[in-house]
Design a protein. Structure first.
Length: 221
């Protein structure tokens, strides 16, 4: 597995920072009907459970992510985690975009758990990875966006610079139809309790829907 560490300063600011990491080979393709049905079932559950967006921080993982962002110096109401942003869309009566089977597995698990996830093309990652609070002025090109401000967000950095965080990933390492090996990461701000179990559930989704093989996993705290 790619070497991944958590920066000490980040641990000092939020000691419960932790990662659940999966590296595996996949076949990227259009999502199956079964996967889309499973995803829609989770979307319906969120719509029925939460009446308004303001209720979403009651979920432990979303609440802890917001608190961590505040500790890092980022306003969580302006820079929401991807899990919270997706759930907000659902509560507001909007739909999620369908991209491919890997992204849909990512979103399915994220909605079900409240965790934000990152999914990256291993071939586009250069060297070891550090999870750290981004410096002032840090930015990168987001997926479907222009340059996005990632300063003070907890970002993944490799030798080329920042490429992912719990709010928005970058174009450089995104999953495409040419991707054959992925790094999928659970961004945790609630410690490591149940992280192994969550990793196993996510591996099951990737194996079932993405022909996931040659799994390597790790919990990092």
């Amino acid at each position: 597995m790619i070497g991944i560490t958590i920066d000490q300063k980040m641990k000092e600011l939020w000691p419960q920072s932790a990662l659940g990491c999966i590296q595996c080979r996949v076949s990227v393709e259009k999502s199956s009907r079964e996967l889309l049905e499973d995803l829609e079932a989770q979307c319906s559950r969120i719509r029925k459970t939460y009446e308004k967006p303001a209720d979403l921080p009651k979920r432990e993982k979303i609440r802890d992510n917001r608190s961590a962002y505040k500790a890092f110096g980022k306003e969580p109401s302006r820079y929401r985690s991807s899990a919270e942003a997706m759930c907000r869309r659902l509560v507001q009566g909007k739909e999620l975009y369908n991209i491919n089977n890997v992204v849909e597995c990512n979103n399915l698990f994220s909605i079900a758990s409240g965790y934000s996830l990152g999914a990256y093309d291993v071939r586009q990652i250069e060297g070891a990875v550090t999870w750290k609070v981004a410096e002032e002025g840090a930015h990168y090109q987001g997926i479907g966006k222009d340059q996005i401000n990632v300063e003070f967000l907890p970002v993944f950095c490799d030798e080329k610079g920042p490429f992912g965080n719990p709010t928005s990933d970058s174009v450089r390492t995104r999953i495409t139809e040419k991707t054959t090996e992925i790094l999928m990461v659970i961004f945790g701000f609630s410690g490591t309790a149940d992280m192994e179990e969550d990793i196993n559930k996510l591996c099951g989704l990737l194996e079932k829907y993405c022909d996931g093989q040659e799994f390597e996993t790790a919990v990092i705290d």
